[in-house]
Design a protein. Structure first.
Length: 367
């Protein structure tokens, strides 16, 4: 049996109505900052629970433009998580700022108890990463933000509809950055991103930044970027948004099924399932002994398991200028040696999940 990682062929296998919407849209010629984009932004803001949403061309730009609105510039320090995808750090570095890493805890997110030690006079923002569908402890982090008057940009790219105490990711600060990449929980047919905010001044600034700083065709108020979300992608987004809650709920259901099936294997440790946290499982990750061997075994058996990520961001060659050394972030290092991701998307069948569980059990039985 094969258990694939990418579910895109199933996600869009029955979309005749979407094709009709796209054909109708093409006839309008309304391709740039069009009505379908405005419609999508309103729907997305309503889904997340903010007043405004701004479509941009990627989750990376969603972070970058938010930091730009805050006023981040060359030499500023921005605190973020040591274990994250390169896009988080890339957005910081594109503005000439310096990423300051904080180790994670077993939720895979930034250990907020370590943040204050990293704050200096140069600290101008904090970017918590809501990794794998978990959420950073925003209750604690907001207290630190207020104490030091340091703004927060939530990297919520992997956590659409995750929440703490029923308050969604992206709504705990002035800026929430989301990704619509094809492998995210809500996805379009190319790169795409969204920034949410309830601050009207920030909203107006973001709209300028994403479109060259243009007020209209002939008047440029500020210098900006070419970072519009294509309206054709908004058509796809409008088709998917009604399914957003169903997608999240099915992923949660699948994760619980995995938890029950794997919990009896002593070589597997399930991460904490925190009370009052809604985890939406962009990734289903567990800790595994003999991880590398298990990964090879799963791949051999047709299971597209993965590691997110085998080399932490702080040890990547691109970060050599920070002069970190192995061991500076011990929990992140430990995770990189022991975590494994299994397919968990909403299209997965119980037969497929049972096969994954069986293969994991079989691997350890033969050891």
């Amino acid at each position: 049996m094969k258990v694939r990682y990418s579910y895109l062929s199933q996600q869009f296998s029955n979309c005749d109505d979407l094709w009709k919407n796209l054909k109708d849209f093409v006839k309008t010629g309304d391709f740039t900052l069009g009505k379908e984009l405005l419609r999508f932004e309103k729907k997305f803001a309503n889904l997340i629970g903010t007043k405004y949403a701004v479509g941009v061309n990627s989750g990376t730009d969603a972070i970058k433009l938010s930091l730009k609105v805050i006023g981040i510039k060359a030499g500023d320090e921005v605190i973020t998580a040591a274990n994250t995808f390169v896009a988080t750090v890339g957005a910081i570095c594109e503005l000439g700022a310096v990423p300051i890493f904080v180790d994670c805890d077993d939720s895979f997110c930034m250990n907020v108890d370590l943040v204050e030690k990293k704050i200096t006079k140069k600290t101008k923002a904090i970017v918590p990463v809501h990794f794998t569908g978990y959420m950073t402890d925003m209750i604690k982090l907001n207290k630190i933000s207020k104490k030091y008057n340091i703004p927060i940009v939530e990297d919520a790219c992997q956590s659409i509809l995750a929440s703490i105490n029923k308050k969604n990711s992206g709504t705990w600060s002035d800026f929430g950055a989301f990704s619509l990449h094809p492998l995210k929980n809500i996805n379009v047919w190319s790169d795409g991103g969204v920034i949410v905010t309830s601050n009207k001044k920030h909203y107006e600034h973001l709209k300028l930044l994403r479109n060259h700083g243009l007020v209209d065709r002939d008047n440029v108020k500020i210098t900006g970027y070419n970072s519009r979300l294509d309206t054709i992608q908004a058509v796809v987004g409008n088709w998917l948004i009604p399914s957003a809650k169903k997608i999240a709920n099915q992923r949660i259901k699948n994760a619980k099924y995995y938890d029950k099936g794997l919990e009896g294997i002593k070589e597997i440790s399930i991460p904490p399932r925190l009370k009052n946290y809604k985890i939406v499982y962009h990734l289903y990750i567990v800790f595994a002994k003999n991880r590398d061997e298990l990964l090879k075994y799963c791949l051999k058996k047709g299971i597209e398991a993965k590691v997110h990520y085998p080399v932490p961001m702080y040890r990547q060659p691109a970060m050599n200028f920070l002069k970190h050394k192995k061991g500076d972030f011990p929990v992140t290092d430990k995770h990189c040696k022991s975590i494994i991701s299994f397919p968990c998307d909403q299209h997965l069948s119980k037969k497929e999940m049972n096969y994954v569980i069986k293969c994991v059990k079989d691997f350890y039985l033969q050891k």
